[in-house]
Write a protein that binds this ligand. Sequence first.
Ligand code: SAM
Ligand code: DTB
Ligand code: SF4
Length: 331
Amino acid sequence: MSNVDPALPRHDWMLEEVEALFDLPFTELVFQAASIHRRWFNPTEIQISRLLSIKTGGCPENCGYCSQSQSFKTGVAASKLMDVDAVLAEAAQARAGGAQRFCMGAAWREVKDRDLPQLSAMLKGVKALGLETCMTLGMLEPNQAQSLKTAGLDYYNHNLDTGPDYYKTVVSTRTYQDRLETLTAVRDAGISTCCGGIVGMGETRRDRAGLLHALATLPAHPDSLPINDLVPVAGTPLGGSAALDPLEFVRTIAVARIVCPKSVVRLAAGRTHMSREQQALCFLAGAGSIFVGGKLLTTANPDLDDDARLMADLGLRPVGESNTAAEQVAA
Ligand code: SAM
Ligand code: DTB
Ligand code: SF4
């Protein structure tokens, strides 16, 4: 039995250790995760992000889960990159709705240099509204990462999506290594990383452990770690996937919390098909962030009102807002 503090970040996780966490009795796993969570975070606080698709559809990649790939007939129409003013109007609305971070997504394989001035103007404007900025635009070269950083980019989202063995089953137009290289460019530019994946794509528990193992053995753990439950989209290869057992989803959150103890784990896509009780278990197991607003990129997300009620019923507050319960925990 090791006497190393289990709440300290490690980068030498073995896949078998991660699998062993998944195999723990549920109550023991959630207890361990919750214990680690409160060592680094106030368990009554939730970070709030809002998504906007700034360039929708027509993507040349073939990610089997995605509504926006031009390879599948999903009914999502392709559109051009949005005007800066239209993006800023959405950002202002997001802020009024309680968002702390504004995440702009584009259905691109990679960023083109010609779009950098427009992206930079969006970043400057969103920052001026007092929001944190996040973008997810596909692959990024080191010089492009630098210029987005200079324009005010706080976070870049680029997911590993699943375990390395299952990856080829889900997407064939790029490799795991491509994803890792963009993450290196992001880190080297001094941008915070947002990197996680999707479960419920027909993968095995070993694949889920493989994803979390890959994240936990990155040179730096992600600052933000989104766990998405597949939103099945008709017309995509994964549109008919069987739903993942809700308790297995909670286990995935708990293991993510344990192997990357200082990352902010986000309960990301899929909340519209989760019960309030499942979401509460996710918060107990260490999720400390959600997307709010009725829409993700192209699919539905719970309404602001429903989320406000859930947060109130659970006694959760946005990060940074004073809160008697939070002060008691911190004391
Ligand atoms: N094109 C960029 C890329 O792939 O990196 C950015 C946008 S992409 C939509 C961002 C992430 O959303 C994906 O990596 C995936 O993890 C998640 N995602 C996409 N479609 C999803 C779905 N139907 N259900 C759950 N998560 C999904
Ligand atoms: C992430 O991990 N999940 C978000 C964000 N990063 C970009 C995207 C979820 C997309 C869900 C499907 C859709 O709305 O198109
Ligand atoms: Fe394109 Fe991103 Fe969708 Fe893949 S997940 S098809 S890269 S928009």
